[in-house]
Design a protein around this ligand. Structure first.
Ligand code: SAM
Length: 287
């Protein structure tokens, strides 16, 4: 007989230890309101593993024993929020076309490399990176602009990266995509794939997806970017983790480069040389 779900307890001390572990490992700050969510999401897993409770589960994920690395993966998948959609916060993509791209391309004009390097940090299932690529393709087309681009996208969750790499989504997503983009950059499945759409290979070709942890610089290759999108990811982080991540982004940004956050997050409590241009757009000075 399966044990009842509620037979696993989470004591204040266990929650506090668990919270510290998650914060150090992935930057996420679990408020005390998240205690029941943690219990709900992990109780059955702890039972499946045949462990008596959270204390033993935490020892296991902290250990170097075989399987612990996979379990950490499972845990990070479970504990993170992956909500996303195409053209999320669409005003930002309009500003990108109207102001940011012309500015970045103008700055590249005098250089030998006409390639924009963009990072989608905390990309979830890929919709953000694909939206970016569609907007860049459309901009190139409309403005007859000659430039290359490369988008690097990453997320800590293995599951979402697998989905992102495929670029295949349920048909419902097309409602999120403006009509002219849909026609050009989305392909409809037929026969057994009728319920699905996929992003056009032209949109996929300049994007690479990586599974890695933003809080572990060793797992991320160093590269210089013209623009970083880190939207709806740092909102779940502690202030110290956000500061650490922003420092890192500044190290990655080229002079004159942009950092885009979501409209609901602010860097008011973060020390940085970034100049705020609008509620979610920051620029690293050219000089
Ligand atoms: C809410 S989604 C946001 C997706 C997209 N940027 C958007 O705005 O629609 C946040 C993503 O950040 C990822 N994430 C959280 N902590 C992370 C970390 N330490 N390293 C890499 N990705 C992380 C989560 O797995 C999740 O997929």
């Amino acid at each position: 007989m399966k044990p009842h779900k509620n037979s696993i307890n989470l004591t204040p001390q266990e929650f506090s230890d668990f919270r510290d572990f998650i914060n150090v490992e992935i930057g996420l700050h679990l408020t005390s309101q998240k205690k029941s969510l943690v219990l709900h999401r992990l109780s059955s897993r702890i039972q499946e593993l045949g462990l008596p409770g959270f204390k033993e589960y935490l020892s296991y994920v902290r250990s170097n024993t075989s399987g612990a690395e996979n379990e950490r993966q499972f845990l990070f998948d479970k504990i993170t929020t992956h909500t996303t959609r195409f053209f999320r916060e669409s005003k930002q993509f309009e500003l990108l076309q109207e102001r940011l791209l012309p500015d970045l391309i103008k700055a590249k004009a005098g250089t030998s490399t006409k390639k924009l390097t963009i990072w989608s940090a905390g990309c979830s299932t890929g919709e953000e990176a694909y939206t970016l690529a569609m907007v860049l393709e459309q901009f190139k087309r409309d403005q007859k602009a000659a430039f290359d681009y490369k988008i690097t996208a990453n997320d800590i969750s293995r599951k979402v990266i697998q989905v992102a790499r495929k670029g295949i989504y349920g048909r419902d997503v097309i409602r999120q995509i403006p009509k002219d983009y849909r026609k050009r950059y989305i392909q409809h499945g037929t026969g057994p794939f009728e319920a699905y759409v996929r992003v056009h290979p032209q949109v996929k070709r300049n994007i690479t997806f990586h599974q890695n942890n933003l809080m572990n610089p060793a797992s991320n290759p160093e590269f210089a970017c013209d623009m970083i999108l880190c939207r709806n990811t740092m909102i779940y982080f502690s202030r110290a983790s956000r500061q650490q991540l922003i420092n890192r982004f500044i190290g990655n940004l080229n002079k004159g480069g942009y950092l885009l956050t979501s409209f609901t997050e602010s860097l008011h409590d973060i020390d940085s040389p970034l100049i705020q241009l609008s509620p979610s757009i920051y620029k690293l000075s050219d000089s």
